[in-house]
Design a protein. Structure first.
Length: 280
């Protein structure tokens, strides 16, 4: 329960700190069709001028819900599997650390990742329409559920499980490994918070190359209704044939920076909460 609470708080704070960059990125991504902005800073300036500072947080509700639920289930599941996979001597192998992260990511995908990511994509896409159909977070969720049902929001669940499983396997494995290298033989040596942040940046950046293809395919499955994109392998094959394998990694450098910072913030907040707030 402590891991779930700490994870939820960390997930919410991560979203709050990073959402403006996500919002601006999405606005610029759609801008080539309308030519409204002359670069990143112009987009920020016009958004604040039109909607005020908190205009940078438009649509944050679904992101907060998704972030809190995802990170809470992720850390809760990881702590459970990590403890269960220790042997009778209190040791855990590298393979089992990797497996703990894999199972944590899969759990996150089924409980929160797949359904909330589908809903999030649809609500955010609708928010950028000239005439949005949804009047808020809960109206959007209710309309999507009414129209598509439970099966609809779990569309693409297999690719989400695969992506999140590999995602968290890499992140947790690298975090645990780096911390163990720092601690050496002294297993109870505390790792300074700034160093946890550095380890988080490395872990987040390293896993981007592994999950970028899965993320792009999942986004296409969510946003394109053509039968050509119903099957994961068919989508991947068509994308590679049309755009080349480099298409999957076009935004990797920017993603490595953003995800690295996200992971660093999440782990620093989580470990501070576990050490100072939920330690007893």
């Amino acid at each position: 329960m402590k891991a779930i609470l700490a994870g939820g708080i960390a997930g919410g704070l991560e979203v709050f700190l990073t959402y403006p960059t996500t919002f601006i990125k999405r606005r610029l991504h759609r801008d080539p069709e309308q030519k409204m902005y002359d670069g990143t800073f112009d987009c920020i300036r016009k958004t604040i001028k039109t909607h005020g500072f908190f205009g940078l947080y438009r649509g944050v509700g679904i992101m907060l819900l998704s972030g809190i639920a995802s990170v809470a289930s992720r850390f809760g599941a990881f702590e459970f599997f990590y403890e269960e996979l220790h042997d009778e001597n209190g040791k855990i192998s590298m393979l089992n650390i990797l497996l703990s992260g894999l199972l944590a990511g899969a759990t996150e995908a089924v409980i929160a990742g797949a359904p909330l990511e589908t809903i999030k994509t649809k609500i955010i896409n609708d928010m950028h329409r000239p005439h949005p159909r949804y009047y808020g977070l809960f109206h959007g969720i209710s309309q999507i559920l009414r129209r598509e049902g439970i099966r609809g929001i779990y569309k693409g669940v297999s690719i989400t499980v695969l992506r999140q499983g590999t995602n968290q396997a890499i992140r947790f494995f690298l975090m645990i490994t780096q911390k163990e290298m720092y601690m050496g033989e002294e297993e109870k040596t505390p790792v300074p918070t700034p160093l946890v942040g550095i380890f988080g940046v490395i872990s987040g950046a390293a896993n981007v190359l592994g999950h970028t293809p899965f993320k792009l395919i999942k986004q296409r499955i969510d946003t394109i209704k053509s039968p050509r994109y119903k099957q994961i392998l068919d989508d991947a094959a068509r994308s590679i044939a049309k755009f080349g394998p480099g298409n999957f990694f076009l935004t990797s450098v920017i993603q490595m920076i953003r995800v690295g910072v996200d992971v660093a913030v999440t782990f620093m907040v989580y470990e501070c909460l576990m050490e100072y707030v939920f330690s007893n």
